[in-house]
Write a protein that binds this ligand. Structure first.
Ligand SMILES: O=C(O)CCC(=O)C(=O)O
Ligand SMILES: [Fe+2]
Length: 393
């Protein structure tokens, strides 16, 4: 296969048609175009991800590997002992940073839930408006309009670095694999998250830019993938764990254009895990659920729903990456208990389109079109995702 950028379109993702890949939701598979851009360095095909049956054993493999490589990453993000309840954050402005306890900022949720080890989410940590606008405009124009109007997922791959230096700004997209807008975004994320992430996690997700990471991060010489998903209102993504044998630890996701609720569910012992890239999709049951009232909040240590406002960032590592699924329910409205400091739309005016207050406990937020960019690192041997007849990518 050529090593230069190439573009492949497929109709849909193989894995998503498999019923045993679903947890909790049945999904239909709309015709979806997937665009893949692959500047790569080796030629090994990775279309071997079909066995999702022994989730536990896969987890064990991964944990063994991780502890060999960098055991510290698994322990550096323990959950805080305190949980911010709905009340504790609805009445007062949260501090803009809490470096010693980043996991406490999981407050924009439709349910109050306990911290997930390895999940960083702070609704006050937002990508600067100008950078977000530039990335969104670039992605929409480049990947999702004109003849790509029915594409909803694009994967870009960046070559593994051969030195410990960050890719310099003069290196253009054709040689690095990522467009300059995504390099700008990555640089901004690295700076933005530096005071918030434990240093081991910062090194894991920004291996080339963390001073301490140049020799220690297992991701330093791994190729990076950026997956760009576009969700029209009502669309979501089936709960899943990102491919265990393809991607390493340390995943960063950014929301653009609209917020949405992301649901996290703890994988139970012995549970079959949907392990997939997954593709945004809609569903015939995506209706206006404001007519049905908010879900009853339930105490469940293994469930956590977070509202991710536009420009917000999540970082998943350790348990959050390996032992919890994440997914986005297919619906057009999200019920959000606490708008908190991350809420940037016109919350002063309850009558604003897309924001309606039903009963004062929370708000229904109408989803707009959301674009997300998720950065992950390919595991050794996974540097190439070649187009193949049944590649699920
Ligand atoms: O849209 C998102 O934020 C999540 C995307 C995702 O989980 C994936 O592509 O694996
Ligand atoms: Fe994912």
């Amino acid at each position: 296969m050529s090593l230069s950028s190439s573009s492949v379109q497929t109709q849909r993702k193989r894995k998503l048609s498999s019923e045993n890949c679903d947890i909790g939701q049945k999904r239909r598979n709309p015709k979806v175009n997937l665009r893949l851009e692959i500047p790569t360095t080796t030629e090994k095909s990775l279309d071997d991800e079909t066995d999702v049956s022994g989730a536990d054993s896969l987890f064990d493999d991964i944990f063994d590997e991780l502890s060999e490589v960098d055991g510290s990453s698994m322990t550096s993000v323990n959950p805080p002992s305190t949980i911010l309840s709905k009340d504790s954050c609805s009445s007062e402005k949260l501090p803009s940073s809490l470096p010693d306890n980043p996991l406490a900022f999981r407050t924009l949720s439709s349910k109050t839930c306990k911290p997930i080890p390895g999940l960083f989410f702070d609704p006050s940590v937002l990508v600067p408006t100008e950078i977000a606008a530039e990335v969104l405009e670039f992605c929409m124009k480049t990947y999702f309009s004109g003849q790509n109007a029915n594409v909803n997922q694009v994967m870009l791959f960046e070559r593994a670095s051969t030195t410990s230096d960050e890719i310099p700004s003069h290196v253009n997209s054709s040689s690095s694999g990522l467009p300059s807008q995504l390099h700008t975004l990555l640089a901004s994320l690295s700076t933005l998250l530096l005071p918030h992430l434990p240093s081991a996690i910062h090194s894991l997700v920004f291996p080339a830019s963390s001073a301490s990471s140049s020799t220690t991060s297992p991701n330093l010489h791994r190729a990076r993938q950026a997956i760009i998903n576009l969700y029209r209102p009502g669309e979501g993504i089936t709960p899943h764990v990102d491919l265990l044998r393809r991607f390493g630890d340390g995943i960063v996701g950014v929301s653009f254009g609209s917020g949405c609720v992301m649901e996290f569910r703890k994988v139970r012992d012995g549970e079959k895990v949907p392990e997939s890239y997954a593709t945004p999709s809609t569903d015939s049951k995506a209706v206006d659920i404001t007519q049905q009232g908010p879900e009853t909040a339930q105490e469940d240590d293994g469930a956590c729903d977070l509202y991710l406002p536009e420009r917000s960032v999540i970082v998943m590592s350790a348990d959050a990456r390996y032992r919890w699924t994440h997914g986005i329910p297919r619906r057009k409205w999200d019920y959000v208990e606490d708008l908190g400091v991350g809420w940037v739309e016109d919350s002063a005016n309850n009558a604003t389109d897309g924001v309606s207050n039903h009963g004062g406990l929370g708000r229904w937020l109408e989803r707009g079109t959301r674009l997300s960019i998720t950065f992950r690192f390919l595991l050794p041997g996974a540097e190439v995702v070649g187009p193949s007849s049944d590649d699920e990518s």
